[in-house]
Ligand binder design. Structure first.
Ligand SMILES: [Cu+2]
Length: 280
């Protein structure tokens, strides 16, 4: 009798452990990255000065009249946002003491886009290298903000799960798993040796990625922008990865990288990083 009771006790302790383990695991799978929102307006970013380290979903709300993106750059000790802005005025190629950590690429005017990045503690510059209507990158018109990433982050923030994968190489994109209509999270890997980014846009019917590029020329009329900016991931370093979520409807899409080539400074799309794909 005693023996049977003790077996039952062991059984219930075991059951309790199994339930506890299941609860812990379900807690892990429902954890999400920290969410942080920044707002872009004409010549300014607004948002927090300090954010926690770890997997972070950065949201960019575009409340300005042009296209903006967020480019996070981690600065080596002793370097400032002003130092970075001055260096980028000399060359579009970032100095070795500033490391690209991505961020959301441009949403359409009045809309928002997100990207999930892994942030290590440190001092960062949040800049916008997208050129304004005058052809000058917004970073030189005040779109540069200091952001501190602190180690006391949300310990439960986890990396997202991807529905599709796009690899970036020197100098092309490869869609490793097929993209489909509907909402999906895309993992973006930089498998090249240079820093790369991914900008996604939906083209107007019958238009090509070349039409999109022509619409960005300083003398192009405003109505030439007949495509929709859908964000993507701004520049990340070789070997790094990031995520973004997008809702794709049937149509033709363009992938572009505007990052400057390490030596010539020429935008990567001129070297082949421009591609179209179709969603049925
Ligand atoms: Cu590139």
């Amino acid at each position: 009798m005693l023996r049977r009771k003790s077996n039952r006790t062991i059984f219930f302790i075991g059951l309790a452990l199994v339930l506890l383990l299941a609860a812990c695991q379900s807690g892990e799978t429902t954890a999400v990255p920290n969410e942080v929102t920044f707002t872009a307006r004409a010549n300014s970013f607004s948002g927090p000065d300090t954010i926690p380290a770890g997997w972070t979903e950065l949201r960019l709300a575009n409340e300005g009249p042009e296209f903006y993106h967020m480019q996070l750059m981690r600065l080596d000790e002793g370097k400032t946002v002003a130092d970075l802005t001055a260096a980028l005025a000399e060359s579009p190629v970032a100095p070795a003491w500033a490391r690209h950590y991505g961020g959301p690429n441009p949403p359409h005017v009045g809309e928002s886009s997100t990207a999930v990045v892994f942030l290590e503690p440190g001092e960062y510059a949040l800049i916008d290298t997208v050129p304004g209507k005058d052809g000058t990158p917004h970073v030189h018109h005040g779109m540069a903000k200091a952001v501190r990433v602190e180690a006391n982050g949300n310990g439960t923030a986890v990396e997202p799960e991807a529905d599709a994968v796009i690899d970036m190489f020197d100098f092309n994109f490869t869609v490793s798993r097929s993209l489909v209509a509907g909402k999906q999270t895309i993992r973006v890997n930089n498998r090249g040796e240079q820093p790369h980014e991914l900008f996604l846009a939906r083209l107007a019917p019958g238009k090509t990625v070349n039409d999109l590029l022509a619409s960005l020329a300083p003398d192009a009329p405003p109505e030439a922008i007949d495509w929709r900016a859908l964000g993507g991931v701004s520049v990340i370093e070789s070997g790094d990865h990031s995520y973004f979520t997008v809702d794709l409807e049937p149509g033709t899409y363009a992938l572009l990288c505007f990052a400057p080539e390490d030596h010539s400074g020429a935008p990567h799309f001129m070297m082949g990083m421009m591609q179209e794909f179709v969603i049925e």
